[in-house]
Design a protein around this ligand. Structure first.
Ligand code: AMP
Length: 547
């Protein structure tokens, strides 16, 4: 039997939408106007599709009254609030490019985003957690020549909407009619797990189709209520969340400004959510929360876990204790709108823990040898590449970085290492840059993390490589123990001994209460490495800083 190449194309039976986001929303509002569209529990906000549409119309006109043209950049710097969703739709309706500013940014990063994308009008919250956004903005504003207008959501929102009166329906309709689905509509700076932020630029076509197709795979209808505790500034919230809901007439249910396990559980129960999103650590936090046992999760049916590999133990509990029988795993990246592969509702437990699913409709994926660029055979690992409608237009004002990421044949090179099986299911086995090399032996942190999750006292674990004179790198594990647990290094090492290869047993252990995270909930391994190297008195200068 000859081995097939690691290349597949997704189904194309249902055509892609060529609508703009505004046209899609208008159609859904006509059909489902009286149904609930958006609930933000922490704000006590509820809106039907009709009400959401009206708010969107008001903001779209107000932005036009402020002189915002199609193609101009409008930034939003806010945690999850209803105004974020209204802004997302309003900017799309007038063809302005929404720039998602990471809520965790501090002044340096803010200044970079404002200037790099040339934001003309910035909507911002007063602050988030202990950060005073207005004070940070004051620090940098003098160095941001493009920034003309600033709107503080908490203070100026109603006044801004009132400015809509200056623009009539015909002017807005004319603007909307002039837009094309391939226009850029959104800039997202890719998360801080790699070097300098790059602004992935996405079109209506990119994100509307990706959100819609995620929802199709989850069999969304207008009866679904999707709990979205993941941030809007990332595709997980604004595309897989907001656009998957909007394109199906489903309701987006947002617990609060940022992930909080208790509030998420409360929201799922009180709002009778049918679907729940999160990165694995969010599901872990809910499963281990004291409120879990008294939360009614019986309404949950489906959901998405993405962003990082899901340990088998966690998947088992999400299925058995959270009642999410149809949970799916998505794999993707901001540059591909984001989803490229997804498990399907009927997929086996095994597939949901060991793979990231199979190719999405209308997308093409292949696994190539990173050295030669040739497609490898099924079962062989290599770099995963994605091509199709979902690939970004490019990095904003950064042709060099675009050319390095998207090749001449429009393949997006993900830097993720994957293996495709005979049925086209993909396993992510590491990153080109996230692999520990110990004495010449390749060690995948993922494998050790999976093993550590089987320890009854460990709640969460992340593994990194730290510099070593002898081996180049040594394995270090950071573990978060369950409440009340007390396990020392000797016991942890003993647990591994004889169960995993000696070379994989962590040489160093660190017990923590939390991990350095991006706002999307992705553990920042490069931060862990820096902290560990400093703590252990090791030289971090070696080439192992990776992600
Ligand atoms: P971002 O652009 O922030 O969405 O990050 C994209 C990266 O997250 C990918 O390149 C992967 O390394 C990682 N990633 C996303 N989804 C998964 C998943 N389901 N399993 C493992 N890694 C993932």
């Amino acid at each position: 039997m000859t081995n097939a190449p690691s290349h597949v194309r997704g189904a194309t039976d249902a055509p892609l939408s060529t609508e703009t986001i505004g046209a899609m929303l208008r159609r859904v509002v006509e059909r489902f106007g009286a149904r609930e569209a958006l609930v933000v529990r922490a704000q006590g906000y509820r809106a039907t599709y009709r009400e959401l549409w009206d708010a969107t119309t008001a903001l779209a006109k107000a932005l036009m009254a402020r002189g915002i043209d199609a193609g101009e950049r409008v930034g939003i710097w806010s945690p999850n609030r209803h105004e974020w969703v209204v802004t997302q739709h309003a900017t799309a309706r007038i063809g302005a490019i929404l720039v998602n500013v990471n809520p965790a940014y501090k002044s340096r990063e803010l200044e970079y985003a404002l200037n790099q994308s040339g934001i003309r009008l910035l909507l911002l919250a007063r602050g988030f957690r202990t950060t005073d956004y207005r004070a940070l903005l004051d620090e940098v504003r003098g160095r941001c020549p493009h920034l003309e207008q600033v709107v503080v959501i908490d203070d100026d929102w109603d006044a801004l909407l009132a400015e809509a009166a200056a623009v009539d329906d015909a002017a807005l309709a004319e603007r909307e009619a002039g837009l094309d689905c391939h226009d850029p509509i959104n800039i997202q700076y890719t998360s801080g797990t790699t070097g300098a932020p790059k602004g992935a630029t996405l079109s209506h076509h990119n994100i509307l189709n990706n959100g819609h197709l995620c929802g199709e795979i989850l069999a969304y209808t207008e009866a679904d209520r999707v709990c979205i505790p993941v941030p809007f500034y990332h595709c997980f919230g604004m595309v897989m969340g907001n656009l998957a809901c909007a394109s199906h007439g489903a309701c987006a249910v947002v617990p609060g400004e940022a992930f909080d396990a208790r509030l998420t559980l409360e929201t799922v129960g009180a709002e009778r959510c049918t679907s729940l999103y999160g990165v694995p650590t969010m599901f872990i936090a809910q499963l281990n929360h004291p409120d879990f046992e008294r939360t009614d999760v019986s309404s949950l049916r489906t959901g998405i876990m993405a962003g990082a590999p899901c340990p088998a133990e966690v998947m088992k509990q999400v299925h058995d204790r959270m009642n999410i029988r149809e949970i799916t795993i998505c794999y993707g990246m901001t540059e591909t709108s984001p989803v490229s592969t997804q498990t399907r509702r009927g997929d086996s437990f095994e597939r949901r823990v060991s793979t990231v699913g199979r190719v999405h409709p209308h997308v093409e994926i292949q696994v190539v040898d990173p050295e030669t660029g040739r497609v490898v055979e099924r079962g062989t690992s290599g770099e995963l590449c994605t091509r199709g409608y979902s690939v970004m237009l490019g990095y904003w004002n950064n042709q060099e970085a675009t050319a390095a990421a998207v090749d001449a044949e429009r393949w997006m090179h993900t830097r993720d290492l994957a293996v495709m099986d005979h049925d086209g299911y993909l396993r992510i086995v590491g990153r080109l840059t996230d692999m520990i090399i110990r004495g010449g032996e390749n060690i995948y942190p993922r494998e050790i993390e999976e093993f550590l999750y089987t320890h009854p006292e460990i709640e969460d674990a992340h593994v990194i490589g730290v510099p070593s004179q002898l081996y180049g790198e040594e394995v270090m594990a950071w573990v978060k123990l369950k409440a009340g647990a007390d396990v020392d290094d000797v016991a942890l090492t003993a647990f591994c001994r004889g169960r995993i290869a000696t070379t994989k047993i962590p040489r160093f252990w660190k017990r923590v209460d939390s991990f350095p995270m991006t706002v999307t909930g992705k553990v920042q391994k490069f931060r862990m490495r820096e902290l560990a190297a400093a703590e252990l008195g090791l030289d971090a200068g070696a080439e192992n800083t990776g992600r």
